[in-house]
Design a protein around this ligand. Structure first.
Ligand SMILES: [Zn+2]
Length: 181
């Protein structure tokens, strides 16, 4: 069940048959989660929330709805920019160095910039639109090189280097950015 709260936005309520108390946590998307006893009524849940505002505010870094909305909007803009740029840039480098891949997929995972699957699908993170072009190109060339080497062997890095002689520096600089939005 989801209840709307004027301060915390959408609060996810989970009924837990094993608990007889209320527990607060924050979901990965930044929303407040409440675990409540199985038969707690909505009225009681709302009252409990109201009575514990100060504690929640203090102990849990709940993102207020406007922050969440701003982040969603940012993601949407990045996705639009990425769609208009990354597949073409990938295609450009693939043609230039004679690679053929199956398809290009855009992702927004928080942990990786790109990947290349055994089915020759290249995934690129929309967060690449936030980094300098040289670093963006390094990621693309890295993933293209995986089409020939599905590992990080010496032969793989030699291939990356043949396309991007400064790949070491680019790889290092990329660590200063995070793929997450
Ligand atoms: Zn790799």
């Amino acid at each position: 069940m989801i209840i709307k709260d004027e301060e915390f936005g959408e609060v996810i309520v989970r009924r837990n048959p094993l608990s007889n108390g209320v527990k607060f946590t924050v979901s990965t998307s930044g929303r407040l989660q409440m675990s409540v006893p199985k038969h707690a009524s909505e009225f009681l849940i709302k009252r409990f929330l109201k009575q514990n505002r100060a504690i929640i505010r203090e102990k849990l870094p709940v993102k207020d709805p406007s922050t969440q909305r701003a982040r969603d909007a940012k993601k949407k803009i990045l996705m639009k920019q990425a769609r208009e740029y990354l597949p073409y840039r990938l295609d450009y480098w693939a043609k230039r160095y004679g690679y053929s891949y199956e398809r290009c997929r855009l992702t927004h995972a928080n942990t990786r910039w790109g990947s290349c699957s055994s089915t020759r699908t290249i995934s690129l993170n929309i967060g690449l639109m936030k980094v300098p072009e040289k670093l963006r190109d390094y990621v693309i060339l890295h993933e293209l090189s995986h089409l020939n080497h599905m590992d990080h062997s010496q032969a793989f890095w030699a291939e990356v280097q043949s396309h991007d002689p400064h790949y070491r520096e680019h790889r290092k600089k990329l660590k200063m950015f995070s793929p997450g939005v």
